[in-house]
Design a protein around this ligand. Structure first.
Ligand SMILES: [Zn+2]
Ligand SMILES: [Zn+2]
Length: 158
């Protein structure tokens, strides 16, 4: 297991910087900076999880009921953040997408197709092989994402 990292709690960006980037992004798209939009960003930043738009919306409604953040605002803000690569999404087929902030260190994902649980990992050998393959094929690799689908330990017991 020596080459495998599974803990990615440290962020690559300070919240203040992220917030500045977000404000600029909104401005560029002629959208107003609102407290609702800020809460969406802040929740994504503070929760180290992969969230569906619905679960993100539920969390915000529970924590800030007075803000009345609409699900449409959550959807719109997430797709805006995704377009500008501040947020990345994982596809769950018919079950939709889960989002996480791009301000985490690079990692890959195991996704359970039964319960939807996610395990994050980085394996230095896999990373190195990908760089080598890109080189051999003459690709200037900018980024990559790997999603492995299967059945997690818990679901195998059922
Ligand atoms: Zn599972
Ligand atoms: Zn992740």
């Amino acid at each position: 297991m020596s080459n495998i990292t599974t803990d990615f709690n440290d962020k690559t960006i300070e919240y203040k910087q992220l917030l500045d980037d977000f404000k600029q992004l909104l401005k560029k798209n002629n959208l107003k900076f609102t407290i609702q939009r800020e809460v969406i960003l802040e929740t994504l930043y503070n929760l180290d999880e992969h969230l569906t738009p619905e679960s993100l919306h539920n969390l915000i409604q529970k924590k800030f009921p007075d803000l009345n953040t609409g699900i449409a605002t959550v959807y719109r803000t997430l797709s805006l953040l995704e377009e500008s690569e501040m947020v990345t999404s994982l596809s769950f087929g018919a079950q939709g997408k889960k989002y996480e902030l791009g301000a985490k260190h690079h990692h890959d994902h195991f996704i359970c197709t039964i319960c939807g649980s996610i395990a994050e990992f980085v394996d230095e050998q896999i990373e190195e092989r990908q760089r080598k393959i890109a080189q051999e094929l003459g690709f200037d690799m900018k980024d990559h994402s790997m999603q492995i689908y299967g059945i997690c330990k818990n679901c195998q017991k059922i």
